[in-house]
Design a protein around this ligand. Structure first.
Ligand code: KG4
Ligand code: ZN
Length: 328
């Protein structure tokens, strides 16, 4: 079995995965969303302190598995430096105490492996990763064999939902809230411009759209509940149309038979529906992670670690967690 730890942002999570069957034997996550909501976003130092409280509480519940562990895995990049270090320190301590190898897992690779929970990995596959920190299209050829096709030039897809929610005073995390408001709104009321609509570039950009929303909010002044719903719906339509427009170009550029969406924002049902249609039009199969494993969790880190273990791809104990937002 492999015990895995995730603490790259605001979710403290630990999982135990059986190596032979890839089955998730234990998975627990304590989210800090409520604690950060009043600040409208994640406060790194607060997040680190909450991980220091939550991780040992979860770890206690896994003690029965300790004698059967073969390795300890942990997200070591990318993420918030002060929160990554909480998980990495715990993983190193545990690995030393139990005399086990350490497996450092890239958080983005973890999101990709959320597609392969309790089953074999499937490659090659083209993957849209939409989270709070990243918006990328990746060609996945095999274990750790990934090439980047496109990425955002500024804000990420999930982050833009968080910022729109903050501007509307709706709380954090913005993704699910904006999606819920959008369901009750008129998506055609506000005619926001699709980012990079006239550009041949295969890249994403969300900061201009966020600005358009800000200007609209200022122009309306006092907002009614219906105004908020209409802004969310119009924003979601355009944010998604932008992804779709660029994905269509990627689909046209080369034959894609297996396509997937991963990351926290892949839980958005409006986006899922649009991408389902795109895949259908281009004859590609669409792969999705189970809804509860779209956002950050240790089970996806554990699943990636199972493939690392098979290759004896261990991480030296002196390796450091790294903070910057890196491409895959
Ligand atoms: O993957 P994740 O849990 O953390 C990162 O690795 O960043 O993704 C969190 C992001 C947040 O920005 C959140 O607002 C967004 O995913 N998100 C959504 C939805 N659910 C979560 N964005 C749009 N629609 C949703 N339903
Ligand atoms: Zn994530």
């Amino acid at each position: 079995m492999i015990l895995s730890i995730e603490s790259s942002c605001d979710d403290s999570s630990i999982a135990v995965t059986e190596i032979a069957t890839k089955k998730i034997l234990f998975h627990k996550k304590i989210s800090q969303e409520i604690d950060h909501a009043k600040y409208g976003g994640v406060v790194p130092e607060l997040a680190a302190r909450l991980h220091a409280e939550a991780l040992p509480k979860i770890l206690e519940q896994t003690e029965a598995y300790f004698p059967k562990l073969k390795a300890v895995a942990v997200t070591n990049a990318p993420g918030l430096a002060v929160t990554l270090v909480e998980g990495v320190t715990m993983a190193k301590a545990l690995a030393i105490a139990l005399d086990l190898p350490l497996i450092g897992v890239n958080h983005l690779h973890g999101h990709i492996y959320s597609l392969f929970l309790e089953k074999e990995a499937l490659f090659p596959m083209t993957i849209l990763l939409v989270s709070g920190g990243h918006t990328q299209v990746i060609d996945a050829h095999g274990y750790k064999d990934f090439s980047l096709i496109a990425q955002t030039m500024d804000d990420s897809f999930g982050e833009s939902f968080d910022k729109v929610a903050k501007m509307l005073g709706l709380g954090y995390p913005g993704g699910p809230i904006v999606e819920a408001y959008a369901k009750k709104g008129d998506e055609n009321r506000f005619d926001f411009t699709v980012p990079l609509g006239n550009s041949p570039k295969i890249a994403f950009s969300y900061s201009g759209l966020k600005n358009q929303v800000r200007l609209q909010i200022e122009a309306l002044g006092d907002l009614s509940e219906q105004d908020r719903c209409d802004i969310c719906a119009s924003f979601q339509r355009v944010a998604t149309a932008h992804l779709l427009q660029k994905l269509k170009k990627i689909f046209k550029n080369g034959a894609i038979w297996e396509f997937a969406i991963v990351g926290g924002a892949s839980a958005n049902l409006y986006l899922r529906e649009k991408i389902e249609k795109l895949c259908h039009d281009f004859g590609a199969a669409l792969h999705l992670a189970p809804l509860e494993y779209c956002s950050d969790n240790a089970a996806m880190i554990g699943r990636c670690a199972v493939d690392a273990y098979a290759r004896r791809d261990f991480t030296p104990f002196d390796a450091r967690g790294s903070a910057p937002r890196r491409a895959i």
